[in-house]
Design a binder for this molecule. Structure first.
Ligand code: PRT
Ligand code: ZN
Length: 301
């Protein structure tokens, strides 16, 4: 169990992110897009927030849940897989929570077996050895299904365990599936869909950090909300509007403005789906003119 969080009142927010690895660049880019800018320390482990009192600590991803649980960092950007594993492997009540899913670093924690093995269902894992770096998540999953299998904990190179005769199956992260295929394995069950998340404590900070965290969340939400969205502008006659809107089921709260008080109207809509050439041509056939698609950077409701 981690020691209690230090009681000292803090007036700066400290966010732990991965120093180097898959999540480090996208995490920094996301925070920078929220208006944060930093000055790096010489050892490049600490970045002092210059635009806002929000600092970064650059660490190994596995350390992030513990740093938050111990109160050394306030928030962190880490894979859901790491956060969940840490909570299941014993952090319990002090384990940090997922505050927001961030939409990058997508992968899944999956069970995989040798390609030649025929697969019917998870009960065939009973009495067999499964190699993994996620023993907490795997054991909880097996327990829920009352499957009595042997969990073999490895810190790396999990995918070669079956070939080395150390395990009969593995439970590991998969994104493209190329690593599994290269090791003559096939994914059979997904235990967890993962992506990078913003993690934070379950309890509020109780000092100025709460306001800083709220500000950061507002900005993050403003970025995440419009991610993959585009702004569509066009003109149409009033009588064609309903038909046009039927072609835009993904348009959020379209704004309609009359042009010169006449029959022509200007339509503005935030669209979540892709606005391909094909879709624009369909809209044009339905009467839309002066179609324009604009990127959307941020949104403050
Ligand atoms: O040094 P540090 O401990 O900080 O880094 P790390 O080596 O532990 O982590 P890193 O950078 O490899 O991954 C950080 C996080 O990225 C993970 O915790 C996941 O949340 C996320 N992520 C997304 C992945 C992958 N995709 C991924 N494909 N993490 C690892 N992999 C590995 C996987 O373990 C397997 O070996 O990539 C291989 C499979 O990839 P495919 O494309 O062949 O299926
Ligand atoms: Zn790691």
């Amino acid at each position: 169990m981690s020691p209690a969080a230090p009681a000292a009142v803090r007036d700066r927010l400290r966010i732990a992110i991965q120093k180097s690895g898959r999540l480090s660049e996208p995490a920094r880019a996301l925070l920078a897009s929220c208006g944060l800018a930093w000055r790096e320390s010489r050892d490049r482990l600490f970045c002092y927030g210059e635009s806002l009192p929000i600092d970064l600590l650059l660490v190994r991803d596995d350390d992030i849940p513990g740093l938050i649980a111990d109160g050394i960092c306030d928030l962190g950007i880490v894979g859901r897989n790491v956060l969940r594993e840490r909570a299941l492997a014993g952090e319990g009540a002090t384990a940090p929570r997922e505050w927001r899913a961030l939409g990058f670093g997508g992968c899944r924690l999956a069970l995989a077996v040798p390609q030649e093995e025929s697969w019917s269902d998870a009960s065939q894992l009973a009495g067999r050895r499964i190699a993994t770096s996620y023993p907490g998540t795997l054991a909880a999953w097996l327990r829920e299904r009352a499957i009595d299998a042997d969990v073999v904990t490895l810190s790396g190179a999990v995918e070669i365990a079956p070939r080395l005769g150390k395990a009969d199956a593995i439970c590991d992260l998969v994104s493209s599936g190329a690593t599994l295929a290269a090791n003559q394995l096939k994914p059979v069950v997904t235990l967890l869909e993962s992506e990078a998340v913003l993690a934070g404590p379950a309890a509020p900070f109780g000092d100025v950090r709460s306001e800083l965290a709220a500000l950061l969340l507002r900005r993050l939400d403003g970025m995440l909300k419009v991610k993959d969205s585009k702004l569509l502008l066009c003109q149409v006659t009033r009588g064609m509007l309903d038909e046009l809107l039927q072609l835009l089921p993904d348009a959020e709260a379209p704004t309609v403005t009359s042009i010169d008080g006449g029959d022509r109207i200007a339509l503005q809509a935030l669209c979540r789906g892709a606005l391909t050439w094909q879709r624009l041509e369909d809209l044009k056939r339905a009467g839309a003119q002066a179609l324009m698609v604009l990127p959307v950077e941020r949104m403050l409701a």
